[in-house]
Design a protein around this ligand. Sequence first.
Ligand SMILES: Nc1nc2c(ncn2[C@@H]2O[C@H](COP(=O)(O)OP(=O)(O)OP(=O)(O)O)[C@@H](O)[C@H]2O)c(=O)[nH]1
Ligand SMILES: [Mg+2]
Length: 518
Amino acid sequence: MTSPEQGRLAGPLSMSVANLCHRLQPQVSARTAAGFAEVLRRLGAPLQVAVAGRIKSGKSTLVNALIGRRVAPTDIGECTRLVTRFQYGTVDRVEIVFTDGRKQVLPFASDGMIPAELGVDIEQVSHIEAYLTNAVLQGMTVIDTPGLGSLDAASVSRTEQLLGAAKHRKEDDEEGSDELDDTSRNAVAGAEAVLYVVTQGVRADDQQALAAFTAATASREAGPVNAIAVLNKADTIAPESVEGAGGDVWKAATLLAEKQASTLKPRVADVLPVIGLIAESAESGGFTSADAEALRQLADLDDDVLQTMLISADIFTSWECDVPAGTRLRLLEKLDLFGISHAVEAIRKEPEITAGALRRALLDASGLEAVRQRLAVVFAARADGIKAAAALASVTALAHASADPAERQRVHDAIEVLLAKPEAHQLRLLEALTLVASGAVDMPEDLSEEVLRVGSNADVGAQLGKPGAPRPELAAHALERAGWWRSFASFGATPAQSRVAHVVHRAYFLIWQQIREA
Ligand SMILES: Nc1nc2c(ncn2[C@@H]2O[C@H](COP(=O)(O)OP(=O)(O)OP(=O)(O)O)[C@@H](O)[C@H]2O)c(=O)[nH]1
Ligand SMILES: [Mg+2]
């Protein structure tokens, strides 16, 4: 069967769910069929990744860095209180979506960004949709959210709604209307994965927010919280405040991130240090050759002078020096003191360095590449399961809302058949992952790490913790672990652990089969 969305489906399970929808569509009421069409559309759409975290943690800055374009307003303005979805489009276009469903085109500001002020009653705004031509968005839709620690109740609730954390309204009395019900509309808007942004101090409300999100997404049947965490503003960490850092900022950030990972565990697998501001400037064209020139001039200064200037932002901008104060302020806004000092070092080491190479060096220093890679590994591995689980939940809800008992039965039967297929094992693996990652099932640390590893990698070698190992070794290891988990399920486990263990056993068995058939 061919249909437009199939080329982009995340994997075999999504394909099976799509086939189920196509097959059932002619056999159900117009209303349910319209719901299925929506489910199919969403199944073929890129993974929805929300960037969440406390207020002013640097979410929008990171969004810009990821998209590779300075488009999300940072710092001030109404827009930082709204959810904005950045998705792929063939022309750049921004729309305000109102709570009543109305849409209004919003022109870009002169600097190419989404205007910080909308000129409409913000209370009536549901969210903003930005369609951009940037290729990154073909792989994922990025959702910028207002700070979760903000005191503004309205923006918090808007965020929760979009993250899928809001409780669904009960089926209302719109019988017969062609409108989608709340469940599917919510599923369309909801996030499927989270990039969680923390800064130096992980506070109690960080943990709470993450816990709330875990609970909400888990109960939504749309799979586990697929969270990756970053320690942003790594450049602002005072290295002397972190033991063992030896005065090195990046080392301090890495140590701190490790400590935070153990606090946030097991909800997130690890915390990656990143400097969103430098990543944004390097990736979005913000860093220009004029900036490189100004940095060159700074590099020529006497080192004692420069070190004094770099003590604080105030000294840096007010110090008597040949580089105009306005230029220095601009550098500060784009790179902050750490970025400036890093760039100067790079120039001093290699005086002939080009502006392009300097930009590249800054990008390397920002840690963005590691975040990108982690996103690709974790989310790509789970996208099929995440998408399919969300789609099945919507299909179930649509059938449940149907007034026709025969139709309900038909859909439920089809789902039963699908769940018996081998590819549906992913759903159980995701569920097991959720149980372990949320702490609902307690596992010894090495075992929960193993479960997360098996469930978080697309590559067989990485799943088995033996990247690049020869096939016979991988096969033997998969078989050995399959056997181990089976006996753990029978002898060494609590009932809850045992259920997880059976799933892991089967996952290893399927991996073994896959290696043998390859
Ligand atoms: N030094 C430094 N500053 C950063 C970094 N990332 C962001 N900032 C600054 O932090 C401020 C807030 O950044 P935003 O991206 O607007 O933060 P946000 O989390 O989107 O804020 P809200 O949407 O209002 O909650 C801005 O002034 C950024 O320039 C970073 O890595 N290092
Ligand atoms: Mg913001």
